[in-house]
Write a protein that binds this ligand. Structure first.
Ligand code: TMP
Length: 207
């Protein structure tokens, strides 16, 4: 069955994801694509409620497994209600984070075994995987410096540098293991420099 392309955008804290996604949205709009832009955790009213719970800094006693299952609960809803219908209608979906974030944060950051994450991935997604994943990459200290200039930290942003070193390591490991599906974008330098790196990938995707 023909379907639209599923593109996901990943990266640890402070890599400039928001600015990059605005650029990506603009790129597709100018190229005449009617894309669905969405995010995880979230993307539908119910999944956004789960997101609030996950990010709430007052939830200090959340068990790692609860966090993992809530990520996939939100994802199950998001897939059924929004992502899969859009792809089946041949639309392109651009998602701000997806299951790579689970491997990076719950796997790398929290230390949950990746085989357990893979079971949930197969269960919730069936065979669906992104067609292309852009991993925005920056040394952790630099990202945290950028992110630190923003508002009150959420439950994940409160984590320490070591946590984000593990997150970054998993993203890079996954990207290097499957280079056909991933593009690592060097997120250092000026906004223009980063955007021109992203543009090269989008040109390739839409060619
Ligand atoms: P955001 O700040 O980029 O919107 O992402 C929300 C937070 O959720 C971010 O700190 C990463 C985290 N997250 C996970 O830990 N696992 C996941 O599967 C996803 C999608 C996000």
């Amino acid at each position: 069955m023909s379907r639209g392309k599923f593109i996901t955008i990943e990266g640890a804290e402070g890599v400039g994801k928001t600015t990059s996604i605005a650029f990506i949205e603009d790129y597709f709009k100018k190229a005449g694509y009617d894309i669905v832009l969405t995010r995880e955790p979230g993307g539908t009213p119910m999944a956004e409620s789960i997101r609030e719970l996950l990010l709430d800094a007052r939830q200090t006693s959340m068990a790692d497994d609860t966090e993992l299952l809530l990520m996939f609960a939100a994802r199950a809803q998001h897939l059924r209600e929004k992502i899969v219908p859009a792809l089946q209608a041949d639309r392109w979906v651009v998602c701000d984070r997806f299951t790579d974030a689970t491997y990076a944060y719950q796997g790398g950051g929290r230390g949950i075994d990746k085989d357990r994450i893979a079971i949930l991935e197969d269960w919730v997604q069936g065979e669906l995987r992104p067609d292309m994943t852009l991993v925005l990459d920056l040394p952790v200290a630099e990202g945290l410096k950028r992110a630190g200039q923003r508002s009150a930290p959420d439950r994940f942003e409160q984590e320490k540098q070591q946590f984000f070193e593990r997150v970054r390591a998993v993203y890079l490991e996954r990207a290097r293991a499957t280079p056909q599906r991933y593009r690592i974008i060097d997120a250092s330098g000026t906004i223009n420099e980063v955007q021109s790196r992203i543009k090269t990938v989008l040109d390739e995707l839409t060619a």
